[in-house]
Design a protein around this ligand. Structure first.
Ligand SMILES: Cc1ncc(COP(=O)(O)O)c(C=O)c1O
Length: 402
């Protein structure tokens, strides 16, 4: 096997991997802080964070050291044995989530965390139905897909559990109240619908939802795969509204880029979870928990979550000042989960910003691009973004479709 040109290597990747992903037109080979570098040495300001994952920026020295140290000490052993870093990781995650949370189960991804949450909520309540949000996204495995409110993602897989899901619009309390609660095991939602283009409900909706679930013994599941771990300027999104779910799922930024998912459960849910109810060979392995413990240690000790809350205010208000001047229509979000709705397709803006050396995300809403940067992004780096954005928006020909 030879290692040929960059072009060769991309062709080989296309040839030998299944065709599941659309690709950006470069291969990334290195990252440092908020910057990523392609195989031609070009650097990009990463305001996408590998999809809301790289919360500490790329290659944070303390994170790298923690993983390297663990790899040298004990690469892997299963959950059949104790591990001191699992204790630390679990304690930090539980304590920083919600006061009512009792314990965490570590797995490997967001989808797997949601599968687990749905499974334990059904067992706990002995009820069949799950309420989920139109346009919500919970992952690609069959169970997680069954509660994903994006028909284009589900349509090719009609034999899912979607028949046991009742989809409602985020914020529509009446639609939830119209369902027979004795049939409903759980309500699952992203507190902020991210892929849908960053959509929130008013604070009172989350409180009403909490009250309804409590009244009827329904498990309230917050999918905080994106909103968790400090992204919104609080550790978890429910803190913004004083609302605690029964089950939290998270992944993405949880381990700073190492693949880890987690299900955090309150006392009511945790009391029903028995040995053998769930399991995973790799979940919570030594490297995974070393990465979680290091990520949380760094987030806590470097005051990163508070910094997101402070810095994001200036970013959001500067973005909002663009509304109505040029193509920016609306800016939505909390902390560093930001959707910018424009009159031009987000894919075009993404491509133009990329030419200026800035990477942003798109969304399922054609006109909305998303900012999901490392939580450590600096004011100077935001300046770089705004310079690029203003340049792109000011040149009409640059944003016209080819
Ligand atoms: C809100 C939400 N839930 C679940 C998932 C699935 O996570 P994973 O890709 O780790 O399975 C994602 C992934 O984008 C997500 O954004």
């Amino acid at each position: 096997m030879t290692h040929g040109s960059a072009q060769d290597s991309r062709e080989r990747e296309d040839r030998y991997t299944l065709n599941t992903y659309p690709k950006l037109p470069f291969a990334l080979v290195r990252g440092e802080g908020s910057y990523i570098f392609d195989d031609a040495g070009r650097r990009y300001l990463d305001l996408y964070g590998g999809h809301a994952v790289s919360c500490l920026g790329h290659g944070h020295p303390r994170w790298v050291e923690a993983i390297a140290k663990q790899a040298a000490a004990l690469d892997f052993y299963s959950n059949i044995c104790y591990h001191p870093l699992r204790a630390e990781a679990a304690e930090r995650v539980v304590r920083n989530s919600y006061p009512s949370m009792a314990g965490v189960y570590f797995c490997n991804s967001g989808a797997e965390a949601n599968e687990t949450a749905l499974k334990i909520a059904r067992k706990l309540t002995r009820r069949p139905l799950v309420v989920a949000m139109n346009e919500g996204f919970h992952g690609r495995t069959i169970g997680a897909l069954s509660v994903t409110g994006v028909p284009k993602m589900r349509d090719a897989f009609p034999e899912s559990l979607a028949g046991l899901t009742r989809f409602v619009d985020l914020g529509d309390m009446r639609a939830i109240e119209a369902l027979d609660p004795r049939q409903v095991a759980a309500v699952i939602l992203e507190p902020i619908l991210s892929l849908a283009g960053v959509r929130l409900a008013p604070p009172e909706h989350y409180r009403a939802l909490r009250a309804h679930c409590t009244r009827h013994g329904i498990a309230l599941i917050f999918d905080e795969v994106q909103t968790g771990n400090g992204r919104t300027g609080k550790w978890f999104a429910g803190h913004h509204w004083g609302v605690e779910p029964d089950i939290v799922t998270t992944a993405k930024a949880l381990a700073g880029g190492f693949p880890v998912g987690a299900v955090i459960a309150n006392r009511w849910v945790a009391a029903d979870v028995k040995t053998g109810d769930q399991g995973s060979t790799f979940g919570g392995g030594p490297l995974a928990v070393a990465a979680v413990a290091a990520t949380y240690r760094i987030l806590e000790e470097e005051g990163i979550v508070g910094a997101v809350a402070r810095r994001s205010e200036a970013v959001l208000s500067r973005l909002r000042s663009l509304v109505g001047r040029g193509p920016v229509r609306e800016v939505r979000g909390l902390g560093y989960l930001i959707g910018v709705e424009c009159e031009i397709p987000a894919g075009i803006l993404q491509a133009r910003l990329l030419e200026e050396g800035v990477l942003v995300g798109t969304s399922n809403h054609a006109g909305t691009f998303r900012l999901l940067p490392p939580l450590t992004v600096t004011e100077e780096e935001w300046e770089t973004f705004f310079r690029a954005l203003e340049k792109v928006l000011s040149k009409k020909h640059l944003i016209e479709q080819p």
